[in-house]
Design a protein around this ligand. Sequence first.
Ligand code: ZN
Length: 663
Amino acid sequence: MDSSKISNRWNDDDAAKLTDDLSLRVYTSRLLGQDKTLVLHGGGNTSVKIEETSITGEREEILYVKGSGWDLETIEAPGFSPVRLQHLIKLANLEQLSDIDMVNELRTHMTRASAPTPSVEAILHATIPHKFVDHTHANDVVSITNTKDGETRIREIYGDDVVVIPYVMPGFDLARLCAERFRAEATDKTIGMILLNHGVFSFGETAKLSYDRMIDLVSRARAYLHQHNAWQVDDKRETVNATKTDINALSELRRMASTVAGAPMLLCSHAENATIAFSQRDDLATITQSGPATPDHVIRTKRVPQLGRDINQYSAAYTAYFNEQSAQASKAKSILDTCPRVIIDPELGLCTLGKSGRESDIIADIYRHTIDIILRAEKLGGYQALPANDIFDVEYWSLEQAKLQKSGSVPAFAGEVVLITGAASGIGKACVEKFINKGAAVIALDINDAITELHTSANYIGITCDITAAEQLTAAIEKGVSRFGGIDMLVLNAGIFPASKRIEVLSDELWSMVMSVNLDANLRIMRQCHPLLKRAYKGGRVVVIGSKNIAAPGPGAAAYSASKAALGQLARVAALEWSADNIRINSIHPDAVFDTAIWSDEVLESRANHYSMSIEEYKKKNLLKVEINSDDVAALAAEMCDALFSKTTGANIPLDGGNERVI
Ligand code: ZN
């Protein structure tokens, strides 16, 4: 697609299928959401005013406005909160309305109790006397408003087609100001409002008209950027080469960030040409330290990014900013963590920090757009964000803080990274599921290509890897660490169990193959991951999937039993050597886990026949007469990495339903 022009995505055929106003509202809201230069991750909001009959028979006008927690790109009808319009208009005429009272009024004047909390810009939408209202934080408009003479340029572009609103913090005060200015300045020609350093509103009597006007307004801003030679941002992008990622540098940076944050954080590297080119600019110290492109980005990105790798210096500067700004605040504020969310480094490019892959990716998206906005504003004479006090007000605004805290309790492994081998099936696959559910970011390795598609979560990266091939293993670890910033936990699960062979016919090749997968590869993984595990904020943890065969071997399984016994000994020595590095290593010894790839129905039946048992009896052939599943092993593996085992290392725990030979 030609990115030099904004595309109008309206499609007559699609729209013709929609007959009611709310469906059309959903439709054009999604069109806006599809264009990331208009709307990014929960930014922007839309509304429609619809007359309805209440349950008691009165006609009333209802404002359907985007509810918080919904994204325009994927919004559905239930994502719009129905609020009584006349009440909102009365609220707009009040002299003052506190945030808490405003949210209370919005929630208590909805006509559907289960609807989400209406957008904080609901009152503003209510005061605009048009049926459809669209609001975005369009990059192109913000690129122009965030300059020294932004207002002059905006007036030059739009004349009296728009009402221009100086910056005021979103919420009641902004709604009042917009209503006032609109009453005073709007004419028949008015099709929108430009909110300086914030975004743009359009409106109209139909969904199409309001949408077309948004596209028209933003297109004029883009055309202006073209005319002023400000569209092409950075020629070096084409020539710069992303350097090889230094995983030790990344994991060290992540360790320091987690220490400053007081909790484990993921650190995701985004070393693309555009971010590397940006991170190598000479004027970085000026252009990146002005502030965010639009104030609501601050809750994701913090006010400014960190330049280089000195996290302690960033933390000190953030504390100074907080102290200075909070001293002027009307209410006492408590400081958020002082860890950066965006790091720009000439070698690492753009790095983003968050509690999850999704959060880090959202921050990266926002910053990539910010880079374009900054560079275009620079070409117009200089990027200029709002002063620090305005940004602080939004960062420490109770309603914004509530948005972030709404996500609920923090999962056990939030911000932590686990590497799991043999992760495409059986115990390994169950471990992936378990660790993802507990909030961990998972680096999953398997020789089977299916591993890359196992999960779509942003907390997952699946890498095809033969762990016995040293270069493949090194490359996989590098890829995983570039994605999440380090490794805190290992689940050493990959293993092979070859067909039964007595010692007198056991070949060197088979012996070596079993040893190379079950033993040698694990030594290599442990050796390579040691420096990473050492930097784990909560201490490194290794779970070894051993075997009942160590304590109770069977005939015909010499290579397997010997490899697992040697692995068990390796784990014990690691527990001794690595305790000083605060790395714990514990082993699980499962037996008869039948829901794995090795146990086909045929094999199961033949083994059951061998013991003259039914399959059911055979599966529960243990003292407690219970069946052991992959999920049981995964649950214990996760527990061994959690608080319950925080004082245990070198442990060997059977998971076999009780076995006389082991006991
Ligand atoms: Zn806004």
